[in-house]
Design a protein around this ligand. Structure first.
Ligand SMILES: [Zn+2]
Ligand SMILES: [Zn+2]
Length: 238
């Protein structure tokens, strides 16, 4: 039932009510609520949920941290990253990449460096700078193939350029780039996502699969998307 929450409820308000009435809420349900609020641009609402969560896992921390980074609030993710370490939660690559990006936005270069050092010590081999560089190169090739960022999927009130930047930081794009950098050529990249993949990421992943000649499989809320040779197995029915 929990995972179908949004299939049942078109409106966020209904989903909220349903959520509040649920006798038992597991960490997945909480994470879905947070991700959904973030997607709607309600970062404060998402943060309220996050604070109320009894047990937070690395996904909860990471979605909150990357949400703050995406909406241009770089201070909060750094605070959260500190708290996460106090609670002995082990961050994953996306957490680290988001925090380093936040440090870069704030000009906190020393702090960024220490997060990077921490990540290297903990066995993370890539940092945010490398990931974004890789993305920029990929973006040039995508634009040659007709890609134009679909900023209309961003519900937040911000400048066009900011919206583009926001889109480029969607977790599925970062995860694919990270996968491309860390797995041998030709390997299939697999990604899980709690929410439906957005239209812009769908277009981007199709193009990327053709450019890098890799199969990319995304399991989102509704179905599997298998991107290969510039096409998706769903044939746009999703
Ligand atoms: Zn997206
Ligand atoms: Zn698809």
């Amino acid at each position: 039932m929990t995972l179908n929450l949004y299939g049942l409820c078109g409106e966020m308000g209904d989903a909220m009510l349903l959520f509040e009435k649920m006798p038992q809420r597991d960490v997945v349900t909480w994470n879905i609520m947070i991700a959904q609020l973030v997607k709607r641009g309600d970062i404060d609402g998402a943060y309220c949920f996050f604070l109320r969560m009894p047990d937070k896992n690395v996904r909860s921390w990471t979605s909150m941290i990357s949400a703050f980074v995406q909406c241009g609030k770089p201070k909060e993710p750094i605070d959260l990253f500190m708290k996460l370490q106090d609670e002995a939660v082990r961050p994953n690559e996306v957490t680290v990449v988001s925090v380093v990006a936040a440090c870069a936005d704030l000009g906190e270069l020393d702090l960024g460096r220490s997060v990077h050092e921490y990540s290297t010590r903990s066995g993370f081999k890539r940092n945010a700078e490398e990931i974004y560089q890789f993305w920029d190169k990929l973006l040039v090739k995508m634009k040659h193939r007709g890609y134009a960022p679909k900023t209309s999927v961003v519900l937040l009130d911000m400048e066009e350029k900011e919206k583009e930047k926001f889109l480029y930081r969607h977790s599925e794009k970062l995860a694919v780039v990270f996968g491309l950098m860390t797995t041998p050529e030709g390997t299939t990249i697999r990604i899980m996502k709690n929410l439906r993949v957005c239209e812009d990421c769908h277009t981007a992943l199709k193009l990327i699969s053709g450019i890098v000649n890799r199969e990319i499989i995304v399991r989102d809320r509704n179905r599997f998307h298998c991107f290969r040779g510039g096409q998706c197995s769903c044939r746009e029915f999703w």
